[in-house]
Design a protein around this ligand. Structure first.
Ligand code: NAD
Ligand code: MG
Length: 391
């Protein structure tokens, strides 16, 4: 029986993880569930799964939850302290890092330092602090397993032991990262100016939280994933090729020196990579329908157009600049996306805002954790000020 903590249990990845846990009550016990402020959803989850602990980041929501589930044995904790405690507790075997954005960094790092098996969905935490994050993984002996579907696919296509150790000497020619191109891959370039948050969140193939849905529409998601792949598998951006693949059936590939290309295929459903990482090296049922290739019938590949997806070039640029530029890119993107979702800025202003924040930020070497958090906070301040001048 493995003890599980799910950071971000009320979100899309949290829900998919709980669906798998419900299929395997003999394998997994829920030690802790965490959420930001969605008290009602957390109450429902506590009544269904009775975890040992429930953490609400928002203190008022924690008090409300405490009153609402007084009849349950679940202990309610609050704030960052509660998050860190359930991420690092000695009882815990597996931590699912599924908080969205850079706020996930500290609890995820707490789980890394405690040497847990970490199922990483929260790509922002690795992207912004990659060098330090991977050093901590190597030092603590934590077992880092990618849940992001592309990285889980690459993980499955590479020889065992490639996370944190790199691919040199393994006969790898290239990593091929696939992406669907999002909901605006076919619309007229001028029409992109006027798209709404609802349109941006209506992804053709995947059902995800709002932030990553917008990232998929701008393809900043693929940019963050490029950086995520570089950190995870110790490669440079030139070792990673990005291909648009509209069906989202091939989740990524590895091309080898002998001419072999190994791909991982499946229906676009996050329960597959989550189940893979939960049970690895075993294979368990995930509830996902088997892939029907006759129904899919065709797989298409094209290159991404830079004019349609300027965020992709910004991410490459941040990786090449290195240092704290990557934390700046990520923070500016988070602020820009939040303002787009609030209808304060247009979709096309997301890339412009990130570009402006990057240009105005001098960019320093990759420092320690305090320096990374400072770069993140500085970029957030600047991005927010720039949005105010546009309102
Ligand atoms: P979501 O918005 O559906 O859920 C986010 C979760 O984080 C919620 O449980 C929320 O309560 C929690 N949260 C948000 N802000 C918080 C805060 N300030 N403090 C504490 N908790 C907070 O997001 P999601 O789509 O499930 O994505 C989660 C992460 O997984 C993201 O980093 C995303 O990039 C990554 N990811 C998601 C998918 C997907 O299919 N949804 C696929 C690959 C990677
Ligand atoms: Mg992905």
């Amino acid at each position: 029986m493995k003890q599980l903590t799910i950071l971000g249990a009320t979100g899309s990845i949290g829900q998919s993880t709980l669906d798998i846990v419900a299929l395997h009550p003999e394998r997994y016990h829920l030690f802790a569930l965490t959420a930001n402020d969605n008290r009602a959803k957390m109450e429902t989850l506590c009544r269904r799964f009775t975890p040992d602990f429930a953490v609400m980041s928002n203190a008022d929501s924690a008090q409300e939850l405490h009153r609402a589930i007084a009849d349950l044995p679940t202990v309610v904790l609050a704030g960052d302290e509660g998050l860190t405690r359930v991420a690092a507790a000695s009882e815990v075997d597996i931590v699912v890092a599924a908080i969205v954005g850079s706020v996930g960094l500290m609890p995820t790092l707490a789980a890394v330092r405690a040497g847990k098996r970490i199922l990483l969905a929260n790509k922002e935490s690795l992207v912004m602090a990659g060098a330090l994050f991977m050093d901590e993984v190597r030092r603590s002996g934590a077992e880092l397993l990618p849940v992001d579907s592309e990285h889980n696919a690459i993980f499955q296509c590479l020889p065992a032991g490639s996370v944190g150790a790199g691919i040199s000497g393994k006969g790898v020619r290239k990593i091929i990262l696939t992406g669907s191109g999002g909901p605006f891959r076919d619309i007229d370039l001028r029409a992109i100016e006027d798209v709404t948050p609802e349109q941006a969140c209506a992804h053709p193939n995947w059902d995800m939280g709002p932030k990553i849905s917008v990232d998929s529409a701008t393809m900043m998601n693929k940019g963050l994933e490029l950086i995520e792949a570089c950190w995870l598998f110790s490669v440079d951006h030139s070792d990673v090729e990005i291909l648009l693949h509209r069906q989202s059936i091939i989740h990524s590939m590895v091309s080898y020196d002998d001419g072999s290309v190994i791909a991982q295929l499946g229906n676009p459903d996050m329960r597959t990579p989550i189940a893979n990482a939960l049970a690895w090296p075993d294979r368990i049922k995930s509830g996902v329908e088997p892939l029907n290739l006759l129904q899919v019938s065709q797989l298409d590949f094209t290159l991404a157009d830079d004019r349609r997806y300027p965020c992709l070039a910004l991410a490459r640029q941040a990786w090449q600049q290195g240092g704290d530029s990557i934390a700046v890119l990520n923070a500016a993107n988070e602020v820009a996306v939040a303002h787009f979702l609030e209808r304060h800025i247009r979709f096309t202003e997301i890339a412009k805002l990130i570009n402006e924040v990057m240009e105005r930020t001098p960019g320093g070497p990759a420092g320690d954790l305090a320096a990374i958090l400072e770069a993140d906070a500085g970029a957030r301040r600047l991005a927010s000020e720039l949005v105010k001048t546009r309102l």
